[in-house]
Design a protein around this ligand. Structure first.
Ligand code: GDP
Length: 335
């Protein structure tokens, strides 16, 4: 066993005792790519499953610079004052390129991190999106078992990670800048459509008028979208993490949403569907991992990949050959 690894019982007990250090170690375990860790990690997640789920999961997105981490710090502190326990996780598939643009810098959210009732976890690095989002979900369950009742999942609003985050949260919040006119600040229409709530951030000082105008514009824009299947119309509010304006209103919006969705049954339905998608993603992820780890596949790829590149073998023909080789070898190994 690897150094610093605990037993299943030690992890479980530590998490249920709400021990932040052990929770952090347990998340490291589930984020590990080592095959020696994966069995312990999946047993742990299974063990704590009955203690998970009792939270509201909120995804937070917006372009870099919109104020996500400042908002999370201010919003998180307000939630602590309301007696909540707050965990912050991140999904950032681009962190390799941007050198950890979100939550990577340890100085961010210092005040929130200092509070015992808050838990902040930077994004796992060096993985594909599939791997990252899967691990963030596991981390979320561990946090819930450790008593965190508000889970904030941060993502950068520029790529595919929004879809992954939308698929793991109950409420999806989009942060926007005031004064951006009607062009949507590089936020794709698809991301607007995913939002359950929009917060026009930095509505302070000189920005107040522009923020009000933006609010009207986004409200109008959102009304052009067809209503979502749960019957919820996304709310648009203004706020400032510097003055604290709008933070209460933002929480009220989330609470109202949760209440309505619990009443209609959508809340649980959405989570149930998410679990099934999570299963599908895991099957794909594990198959892909086993495939690429297999020596026979690696050898064949090394020797013949160039032929595909040069156009001598069709990608489909070669893919079929690879998959056949994988299964032949897999059966031999397991017989
Ligand atoms: P992120 O990249 O989305 O996480 O953005 P940051 O939280 O790092 O904020 C980017 C910049 O905007 C920083 O200089 C913040 O001080 C500033 N900022 C964040 N929130 C507000 C706000 O509510 N009002 C104003 N005026 N500035 C803000």
């Amino acid at each position: 066993m690897i150094k610093n690894r605990k037993s299943l019982e030690e992890y479980k007990a530590g998490i249920l005792e709400e021990n932040r250090a052990i929770l952090a170690q347990a998340i490291t375990l589930v984020e590990s790519n080592l095959s020696t860790d994966s069995e312990l990690a999946s047993s742990l997640v299974q063990e704590i499953l009955p203690f998970s789920g009792n939270s509201i999961r909120i995804g937070i997105t917006g372009v870099p610079g919109v104020g996500k981490s400042t908002f999370i710090e201010a919003f998180g502190k307000m939630l602590l004052e309301k007696g909540k326990k707050v965990a912050v996780l991140a999904v950032d598939p681009s962190s390799q390129k941007t050198k950890g643009s979100i939550l990577g810098d340890k100085t961010r959210m210092e005040k929130l991190a200092a509070d015992r009732r808050a838990f902040i976890r930077p994004s796992p690095s060096g993985s594909t999106l599939g791997g990252v989002s899967a691990k963030t979900r596991e981390a979320m369950l561990l946090c819930e078992a450790a008593g965190y009742d508000v889970i904030l999942v941060e993502t950068v609003g520029v790529g595919q990670s929004e879809t992954a985050v939308k698929g793991m949260v109950d409420f999806f919040l989009l942060l926007m800048l005031p004064g951006a006119g009607d062009e949507l600040q590089g936020i794709k229409k698809g991301i607007m459509e995913m939002a359950d709530g929009v917060l026009i951030n930095k509505a302070d000082g000189e920005n107040i008028q522009a923020a009000k105008k933006a609010k009207t514009q986004y409200r109008n824009a959102l009304h052009l979208f067809p209503p979502s299947e749960n019957g919820w119309y996304p709310s648009v509010i203004t706020g400032s993490s510097l003055t604290g304006e709008g933070l209460d209103e933002c929480w009220e919006m989330v609470e109202k949403y949760q209440e309505k969705m619990l009443d209609s049954g959508y809340f649980e339905l959405n989570r149930a569907e998410q679990r099934l998608r999570w299963l599908d993603e895991y099957v794909q992820y594990l198959l892909g991992k086993a495939f690429h780890e297999q020596a026979k596949v690696q050898n064949l790829l090394a020797s013949e990949r160039e032929h595909v590149k040069e156009g001598k073998i069709s990608p489909l023909t070669f893919a079929r050959k690879l998959v056949n080789v994988f299964f032949e070898n897999f059966q031999i190994k397991n017989s």
